[in-house]
Design a protein around this ligand. Structure first.
Ligand code: FAD
Length: 219
């Protein structure tokens, strides 16, 4: 988020929270990899992962709130996900942007400072960009803040592989068949498209497998 206080105890990325909750079975008291859920969780973001995180927090016993800087019409999450989250009792605070995570003297989260937003002109993505409303600061009391602000490919491969072309957003450039700018190197899935879906990644894997087979047979 790039805001003050984001290194306080109780601030988590959605992926860490969900990995702990699901893969490390933090929901099960018999496992010795617990998770700190707190009493009130604020999830910052409006995508499918934000919906996963907020509903998981709620199921782990917390009061759970979504904070999103645009309006409901701009929510990137699938309509079904939003519908299900509301059905489950998730509160949505729209047109709200966090400006500072507040902590106590022991370094634990105690709240989130936010400002109100209004929608301006559409930006490059075609969505109306949010503009801060002057003097609209307010505070949400909470003990956990989960950031669900989107994911991008790990920059390691691009940084260490010569002549592998990547986009401005760090995604590997590849053809429909997965061929990258480096001969004999194929890529597909989120690393190429940015965060997408399992089925698209699987499709890319199949296409790339075919192209790799063809490459090996003809080279
Ligand atoms: C919380 C969350 C919820 C989601 N929910 C859904 C959903 O409901 N439905 C849906 O369709 N999609 C969902 N997605 C998206 C979906 O998980 C991804 O689109 C999909 O996993 C992409 O597959 P992939 O194989 O491209 O990448 P990944 O699944 O990310 O696999 C890439 C693998 O490469 C490994 N790796 C990275 N760098 C290296 C390296 N240098 N060397 C070796 N290995 C490396 C990683 O460890 C990882 O195992 C969700 C994603 C998240 C984060």
């Amino acid at each position: 988020m790039g805001i003050e206080g984001e290194n306080l105890n109780g601030v988590l990325s959605a992926n860490e929270f969900l990995t702990r909750a699901n893969l490390m079975r933090a929901y099960d008291e018999q496992y010795d990899t617990p998770i700190y859920v707190g009493k009130k969780v604020v999830v910052v973001g409006g995508g499918n992962v934000a919906m996963d995180a907020v509903r998981t927090a709620k199921r782990l016993g917390a009061e759970a709130v979504i904070v999103y800087r645009r309006s409901e019409a701009e929510l990137p999450a699938r309509v079904e996900e939003v519908h299900h989250a509301k059905e489950e009792g998730i509160e949505f605070k729209m047109l709200t942007n966090p400006t500072k995570v507040l902590g106590d003297d022991k370094g634990w989260v105690v709240g989130l400072n936010c400002v109100k937003m209004e929608l301006g002109e559409p930006d490059a993505s075609g969505r109306r960009s949010p503009i801060e409303v002057a003097d609209s600061d307010f505070q949400i009391d909470c003990d956990v803040v989960i950031m669900a602000l989107g994911t991008s490919p790990n920059p390691l491969i691009a940084a260490t592989t010569d002549s592998l072309e990547t986009t401005r957003r760090g995604c590997i450039v590849a053809t429909e068949d997965g061929q990258t700018s480096r001969e004999g190197v194929f890529a597909g899935g989120d690393a190429v498209t940015g965060a997408a879906t399992v089925i698209l990644a699987m499709g890319a894997g199949r296409k790339a497998a075919k192209a790799i087979d063809n490459y090996l047979k003809t080279k």
